[in-house]
Write a protein that binds this ligand. Structure first.
Ligand code: SAM
Length: 311
């Protein structure tokens, strides 16, 4: 198994915006290697509490080791973050009075691990599951989903302009043989679409679309943002780091709707939409400094948005 490595993105910015305070409860919903968690733990120890979640057992192992010295104040749970409301109920926690952080997407470990099949950089079986117990893999989608669905995934989730052509080629090839590995798929894409002078590998968008579909990333983040805002106590913060425009749009829209003033039509005498419940703290998304991008190029697409509960 590869060693767990991940360079934390927007570390200081995220932790500052979470406004970590002693005695309060924080959740790191995407603990990964514990890079953000350890800084949160330092600030809230000795009497704060940090709940760390990740769907990936390799991340749980890595962050447990890293946070060992803070074990008195840390609870680490392997779970999809979609289960946060149930987890809090099980722990008898009513409200999150500190804040919650989502650092979305994949860890560097997942992206580069041969066993996990996320990337065309190395040959491995098409997989792409954040949670290895998830029954659906990228292999299943590529080899058995209808051509139309493949096209939709590549178009909507990968923003790939040759989605139809690629889905058609997959449907043709898989009648003859299974498309089993990341290399099989990357080679197929390379042979199917014209090579413009792109900066990224031509299969990047197809892989992005598949990864989002396998892990249901957009549905899950949209649903949990809606729920978790109601679990924040007054003055608690929510900080979200996203890595592509589809995710960032969901975060931006969720924050916008929760922070909107009354939108009732003028003829309504009594407001039916209720007061705003969030105040957006980052008018524009925070992005990594030139120094961070130089040191950690994958950070270049990160966007951080933060908001505070006001009711
Ligand atoms: C970018 S990494 C987090 C890195 C971490 N902040 C650090 O600095 O070490 C994202 C992590 O979120 C996890 N993840 C993604 N979607 C998830 C979900 N729906 N539920 C739980 N964990 C998820 C992934 O397994 C991965 O470990």
């Amino acid at each position: 198994m590869n060693e767990f490595t991940h360079k934390t993105v927007l570390l200081n910015e995220a932790v500052e915006l979470l406004d970590c305070r002693q005695g309060r409860l924080y959740i790191d919903a995407t603990a990964g290697g514990g890079g953000h968690s350890i800084e949160i733990a330092k600030r809230i120890a000795p009497d704060g509490r940090l709940i760390m979640l990740d769907a990936d057992p390799a991340a749980i192992q890595a962050c447990s080791a890293r946070l060992e010295e803070y074990k008195e104040i840390v609870t680490i749970i392997r779970s999809n973050y979609s289960r946060i409301p149930d987890i809090l109920k099980d722990l008898n926690i009513d409200k999150i009075d500190g804040g919650i952080l989502f650092d979305l997407g994949v860890s560097y470990y997942q992206l580069t691990s041969e066993e996990r099949g996320f990337s065309f950089q190395q040959e491995s079986r098409l997989d792409m599951r954040m949670d290895p117990d998830n029954p659906l893999t990228a292999y299943d989608i590529v080899n058995s989903w209808p051509e139309k669905e493949l096209q939709r995934i590549f178009h909507e989730l990968g923003e790939e302009r040759y989605s139809r052509r690629i889905a058609g080629k997959i449907a043709e090839i898989r009648k003859i043989k299974k498309i089993s590995t990341t290399k099989d798929l990357a080679d197929l894409v390379l042979k199917t679409i014209p090579r413009g002078g792109q900066k990224i590998h031509p299969a990047t968008r197809v892989f992005q679309g598949l990864r989002i579909a396998v892990n249901r990333e957009l549905e899950i983040i949209e649903e949990i943002l809606e729920k978790v805002v109601h679990l924040l106590a007054k003055n608690a913060r929510i900080v979200v780091i996203s890595f592509h425009s589809l995710e960032d749009r969901l975060v931006k829209n969720a924050f916008k709707s929760f922070s909107a003033r009354c939108t009732c039509p003028p003829e309504k005498i009594v407001c039916e939409c209720g007061p705003p419940i969030l105040k957006v703290i980052t008018k524009k998304p925070v992005t990594p400094s030139a120094g961070e991008v130089k040191e950690n190029p994958p950070s270049r697409s990160a966007k951080l948005r933060a908001a505070e509960k006001i009711t």
